[in-house]
Ligand binder design. Structure first.
Ligand code: BES
Ligand code: MN
Ligand code: ZN
Length: 501
């Protein structure tokens, strides 16, 4: 996809289609008014006849408007003018691109004005346009054998209006956004793959492939024997019930003036979570193929850092295993020793994510990181607390937490912080080991983080619980690509790579 900013007047753009917005009640935005004027008021006449309701998601493709150079004009509903916000703007852009993806339109100039009430800034305007385009054109990597609709013809998207002084920042945003969209595709494809394809070894292969593609990436894969040498007793405990051997992935990006203190990203890579002996209920268990979404987000983020050649050092760690019940599986009451030396009583084999993560977090220590961020589909409790809208964020460092929250706000990939005070860790008391792997139903998202906190002391650490945000269930079942956009913003800003505006 080619992205650019259009300059001059929208009706004069030499493209296959221009896109403008109309509010409920027929009001036109600023850019749409320039098109109306060029057509001698045709749009207003159409709207005053009540032929376009202007509700969010409504679209109308108009051919050959006089005064418009493009052969097509797409009218998109923006909903009520009073409540027009960034979310409505995003939805309007998505609706437009989804419609165009089903036409033969190859080039489009988008002219939906973003809301003045929630300004984006030029850079983030560009980022958003490119990411929205990537998401709207994404096709699931399914295994359906029927005839597929032809791939979208769209190869060029130009966006506006952007002031002459803001064009450079907006173009930079578009370039970054295009790379983020590619990373989100990586994340979504990995998530959507079934558990019989996307195994721990498959994740390792994908990391190897990324390292082949990008010279700045180095990969190291620890197999079962190497994992044992690292004394990762908790990761091994989860893996022991499965026929699939575990893998521990170390994927490192060394950018330009790479520093000594890297950012370490840690991903939960449970390629299928049956719950183990503490077996899950059958309904929606298939969705536990998404339990490696944290791992996918880490690989995607490393891809992004490499693609944008960010001048920082980033290390991705993935603890990959399959959580299965079998004659060799861990049982409630089993006690295992983590790589840190601390012992854990496994009271529930379905709380396996924290077990694989704790050994990975301990491994992070050797890099003396400036920040450690783990990303995990960790708890159903987080979904109950925050639903599908906010990623749960818990941290032992206020500045790091705020940095991540701000990244989420700027990219509309938001997180919400939950408290992580010391009382929660007390719920993990065990009579037989240093602590248990579960802390009861109350505050379940936080006690999970408190468990991880036992392994991150002295490091600046944040935990992103993406159980509610990484995929959608139901009719729209599929990976969302979250929180790649948030992480991308965090990394780009840490690299000082020009997200100024
Ligand atoms: N992968 C699940 C968390 C999950 C559940 C994500 C549902 C999304 C939807 C995790 O391994 C898990 O099973 N957690 C348990 C923890 C409990 C046993 C303390 C949970 O949330 O029920
Ligand atoms: Mn589980
Ligand atoms: Zn899990």
């Amino acid at each position: 996809m080619r992205f650019d900013i259009w300059t001059g007047k929208l009706p004069a753009q030499a493209v296959d289609c221009i896109v403008i917005g109309a509010f409920e009640g027929g009001e036109l935005g600023e850019t749409a008014r320039t098109v109306d004027a060029a057509t001698g008021g045709r749009l207003r006449r159409l709207l005053s006849r009540g032929d376009f309701p202007g509700r969010q998601g409504d679209t109308l493709l108009l051919p050959d408007l006089p005064g418009v150079k493009a052969e097509r004009t797409l009218l998109v509903g923006l909903g009520a003018a009073r409540s027009f916000n960034r979310r409505a703007w995003r939805r309007a852009c998505t609706a437009a691109l989804s419609v165009l993806a089903r036409t033969r339109v190859r080039s489009v100039a988008l002219g939906i004005d973003p809301p003045s009430s929630e300004p984006l800034g030029n850079y983030y305007f560009g980022r958003a346009v490119a990411e929205i385009t990537g998401a709207a054109l994404y096709r699931t990597n399914d295994q359906k054998t029927g005839r597929k609709p032809p791939p979208p013809a769209l190869t060029s998207v130009s966006a506006g209006p952007v002031s002459a002084s803001g064009a450079a920042a907006a173009r930079r945003g578009l370039a970054h956004g295009a790379a983020v969209a590619e990373a989100q595709k990586t994340q979504r494809d990995l998530g959507n793959l079934p558990g019989n394809v996307c195994t721990p070894s498959y994740l390792a292969q994908q990391a190897r492939q990324l390292a082949r593609r990008y010279p700045s990436l180095k990969v190291q894969i620890l197999d079962e024997a190497a994992i044992r040498r690292q004394k990762m007793g908790c990761l091994l405990a989860v893996a022991q019930g499965s026929e699939q051997p575990p893998r521990f992935i170390v994927l490192e990006h060394r950018g330009g003036r790479s520093t000594r203190d890297p950012i370490v990203l840690v991903g939960k890579g449970i390629t299928f979570d049956t719950g183990g002996i503490s077996l899950k209920d059958p309904p929606t268990m298939d969705e536990m193929k998404y339990d490696m979404s944290g791992a996918a987000a880490v690989l995607a983020s490393l891809q992004l850092a490499a693609e944008l050649r960010l001048p920082i050092r980033v290390i991705g760690l993935v603890a990959a295993a399959e959580n299965m019940p079998s004659g060799r599986a861990i049982k409630p009451g089993d006690i295992v020793t983590s790589a840190s030396g601390q012992t854990v009583e496994i009271l529930n084999t379905d709380a396996e994510g924290r077990l694989v993560l704790c050994d990975a977090l301990h491994y992070a220590r050797r890099f003396s990181p400036s920040a450690v961020i783990d990303i995990a589909t960790l708890t159903g409790a987080c979904v109950i607390a925050l639903g599908a809208h906010h990623t749960g964020l818990m941290s032992n460092d206020d500045a790091l937490a705020e940095e991540l929250l701000a990244a989420g706000r700027r990219t509309d990939d938001r997180a919400w912080r939950l408290p992580l005070t010391e009382e929660y860790a007390e719920q993990l008391k065990s009579n037989f080991a240093d602590f248990a792997n579960v802390g009861g139903r109350e505050g379940g998202a936080i006690t999970a983080a408190a468990f991880l906190g036992k392994f991150t002391q002295g490091m600046k650490w944040a935990h992103l619980d993406i159980a509610g945000t990484a995929w959608q269930g139901g009719a729209q079942k599929g990976s969302t690509g979250r929180p790649v956009s948030l992480l991308a913003d965090f990394l780009i800003r840490r690299a000082g790579a020009g997200a100024e505006d």
